[in-house]
Design a protein around this ligand. Sequence first.
Ligand SMILES: [Fe+2]
Length: 350
Amino acid sequence: MDTAVFAPGRFAPGQAIQDASVWGRDDYPDDRSWVRPIPDVLVDEIDRALPALRAANLHPRDIRTDHFPLLKSAEFIQAVARDVDQAPGFALLSSFPTERYDYADTALAYTGLMAHFGNIAIQNRIGEYVVDVSDKGRGLGPQARGHYGNKELPFHADGANAVSLLCLKTAPRGGRSLIVSGPAIYNAVLAEAPQHLPVLERGFHHHRRDERDPDDPTYTPWRTPVFAAYDDHFHIIYVRPSIDYCGPEGVKFTPEETAALDFVDSVIARPEVQVSMALERGDLQILNNFMVLHSRTAFEDGQDQQRHLIRLWLDNPASLRNGPGKMDWYMPEHSRFLKTRGHLLEGYDG
Ligand SMILES: [Fe+2]
C-alpha cells in the first residue's frame, strides 16, 4: 500500500478520491436547497461599480478585479471561488440582477463579476469572449459546437479552467442542466473496471470541429488523457463526440479503447451520479472544467419565450488545475498549458 499522505484534494493515481469533490444526485437534490443567493450587498456593489466599468470601455479579456471593485463581498466571492476550484467543483448562485439593466449592461455587470473568478477567455476562432447561448437551429456535429442548437448535449467539459452561464430566459420546455463529478467517475472506474485505466490515462485524439484554420489538422496530433494528475491534482478531460469524430478522419480505435470509453459513458449515464438543475432567470452557474462534466437536456423554445443564456470561459492562472484540455484543441495559441508543459502530451512537438 502506498504510504504517501496527501492533503485533502491531492490526487494519487490508483487511489480512490475521498473528499467533497466526489458527489452525486443525493448530495445535491433538485430542490434548490443548496443554491447560494447573491447577497444584497453584492447586488449593491455591482450596481455602484457598473458605471465606471462601462465608461472604461474595456475589451472583456482586459477586465480585472480593480476595474470592478467588490470589496464588501470579498468573503462571499472567496467562498464561491473555493467551491469551484477545490470542491465540489461547481457553484450555483441565484438572484443576479438581470431585470435591472438592459442586455448590454447585464452582460457587462456579469463579466465584471466573473473577472473575480478568472480572466475572461476566448471561446472560439472567431474571437468571441461573451457568447450568447440560444437555439440558432444548428445541430451538434464535427462542424458545429453544441451551444448553437436545442438538442440534448452529451456530457462534456468546456475550455479554460471554468465555464459560467448566466440565465436570462428559460424555455417553456426542457433545457435542464446536468452535471457529474469527474472524481466520482474515476472512483467507479477504479473500483469496478480498473483494467480500463491505462488507455484512459493514455488518452485520445480530439476532433477540432470548425475551430481551426483550413490548413490545420482536423484533429489534435497529440492525445489528451481522460484522467490525469498534474501538480498532484486530479483532472478529467472528456468529450466523447470529439473523440468519435476522429474515426472518419482515419484514427483507429482498439477494442480496449472503445470498451474503456463505453464504460465511462455507462458510469456517466447512471441516474445516481447525475445532479440535475433547472436554471432559472438570474441563476449563475460556474463549473470547473477539470472536475465536472456537464450536459443539457433538449429544449423547445416558445413563440414568445426563447431560452437565452450568456456564457463566459474563465482562465484562472491561480487555479489548482491547469492541465491540458479543450482550450488546447480549439485555440492552442491561447493555451497556457501547451506553451509551458505541452511536452507532457504524447504527439505534441511544440
Ligand atoms: Fe458545454
